[in-house]
Design a protein. Sequence first.
Length: 82
Amino acid sequence: MDAAVAFGKVLRRLRLEAGLTQEQLGLEADLRRTYVSILELGQQQPTLKTILKLADALGRTAHDLVSMVESELHEAERRKRR
């Protein structure tokens, strides 16, 4: 799994936990819904500016998001080794 895919998984999980649609998250973060979708699908890597916007919209810190992505990557690596 690459970092973009891991970020997408984390973003989707946090969005759903917050009870937001892609449209709502996009509005809160000043991003297009289609871009939120592209990020969730792991088709593009977000810029630092985008990570900061998303974190703020989700009531998290950028550190939280990056830490969760790192955990997702480590977990995927552990699953791969089994």
